[in-house]
Design a binder for this molecule. Structure first.
Ligand code: COS
Length: 404
């Protein structure tokens, strides 16, 4: 049984902020979602909208110009936006994913240089870990960085990178010690998009989240200064894993938003749609589907909030102890449960998103299968949540490793 200290509460000001975001999502984001999907166009206007309402400040501390409201509030916001448009929710998710390496492991100079301009929404990042031959196994990456005088020179091609061509900088992982062995000798770098040798390669045509460009950034002899190294040379794999341990909560929140959005739409449709002279929600066949969909969303939300609360408690404890001894926050270990719960929330919520969106299409019948209604888009958007930031098979591996 959970100890009382394991429970979470959502403060009233977070609930108020959720209301404000819900209104923006319903009135400003939802009406754009079909067009964004149809045209596969990155919604620059909606990114500005999120910035204007301080929503892009949610992943950041107040000292860096952010809201300082923590991980639970951030993911409540991701869920609300994903209910309306999963591509737009990804703008906020990537604002966290691509800055967590700097926030958690970067020098003070890096944090001051990059985080405030991301908190305002002026800059947006990308997280470049995967490669054509290294997806579930990033430890087998081929991108290399070699030291040349005061600079590092990076060569390689990454794959499936969100925000390609939009990002102002890329967190690039590269092998710096070929002899260190699998998953070792990797270093994390910040590479600004305007550095000579950086280019935008192939962009993918995707099933879902079509409003977010994904593809191959190419690093061809890109020279970057020593100051752009994140954390210690050779510790890049830990930077990547430590980042994913938290950012997977964003995928869980996005999946949950898609699932709840589909559930709400299907329930509203079932109230209006009449067959055999009655609204279809008077039939048990439909009632039971809707009841299962709502229940799965609620269960996913509990797991997600619990996981977010663990991150927030762990951060509070670490910053209290680092204040006491003047050390950086990472000199204090995170709650070992954080990675496990983050993987469980991502696994559960993304599976729920797939099950629920398939059922939502079924509730709408033929109308569910056509683009005039949003649930076929929600189904297509849901699929990636079982794949990116670690496939659900990898999440099971991460969870199982904690049980040995
Ligand atoms: N936090 C910090 N350090 C971690 C860690 C974590 N969560 N997980 C592993 N490490 C460390 C290990 O402690 C080990 O350190 P040492 O070199 O000091 O011994 C090192 O990293 C290598 O760990 P391990 O041997 O477990 O690595 P594996 O190659 O077996 O990889 C998995 C482990 C499969 C979990 C990892 O490759 C993974 O998460 N894959 C999915 C990647 C992914 O999510 N891709 C999506 C990209 S973003 S769209």
């Amino acid at each position: 049984m959970s100890a009382l200290s394991d429970l979470y509460t959502v403060p009233q000001e977070h609930l108020d902020f959720r209301e404000a975001i819900r209104e923006i999502a319903t009135e400003r984001i939802a009406p754009r979602a079909a067009q964004i999907d149809e045209e596969a166009a990155y919604p620059h206007d909606l990114r500005r909208l999120l910035a204007e309402h301080d929503i892009l400040g949610l992943p950041f501390e107040t000292e860096h110009g952010g809201t300082g409201t923590g991980t639970l509030m951030l993911n409540v916001a991701v869920e609300e936006i994903a209910k309306a448009c999963a591509s737009t929710a990804l703008i906020l998710m990537i604002q966290e994913l691509g800055t967590l390496p700097i926030k958690l492991f970067g020098s003070e100079e890096l944090r001051d240089r990059f985080l405030p301009r991301c908190a305002t929404g002026e800059w947006t990042p990308a997280f470049a870990l995967s490669e054509p031959e290294a997806g579930s196994d990033p430890g087998g990456m081929r991108t290399r960085a070699v030291k040349d005088g005061d600079e590092w020179v990076i060569d390689g091609t990454k794959n499936w990178i969100t925000n390609l061509g939009i990002a102002d900088f890329y967190i690039c992982f590269a092998v710096t010690d070929r002899d260190a062995g699998h998953s070792r000798g990797i270093t994390a770098f910040v590479v600004e998009a305007d550095r000579p040798g950086f280019s935008v390669g192939k962009l993918e045509h995707k099933l879902g989240i079509r409003g977010s460009p994904t593809g191959q950034p190419i690093f061809d002899g890109v020279r970057i200064p020593e100051a752009n190294v994140i954390g210690q040379v050779g510790h890049g794999f830990r930077v990547a894993m430590g980042t994913l341990d938290r950012s997977r909560l964003g995928v869980a929140a996005q999946a949950l938003g898609i699932a709840q959005g589909a559930t709400d739409y299907a329930a509203a449709y079932a109230r209006e749609r009449r067959q055999f002279g009655e609204p279809i929600n008077s039939f048990q066949a439909i009632q039971f589907k809707l009841a299962d969909m709502e229940t799965q969303c609620a269960a996913g939300r509990e797991l997600l909030y619990q996981a977010c609360a663990k991150v927030d408690r762990s951060d509070a404890a670490r910053s209290a102890s680092s204040l006491a001894d003047n050390g950086p926050p990472l000199s204090h270990p995170a709650d070992p449960d954080v990675g496990k719960y983050s993987a469980m929330a991502k696994l559960f919520c993304s599976d729920v998103a797939m099950k629920v969106t398939v059922e939502a299409v079924q509730v709408l019948g033929g109308y569910g299968y056509v683009k005039e209604y949003p649930v076929e888009r929600m189904l297509r958007d849901a699929k990636i949540t079982q794949i990116y930031e670690g496939t659900n098979e990898i999440q099971r591996l991460v969870i199982a490793r904690t049980m040995r």
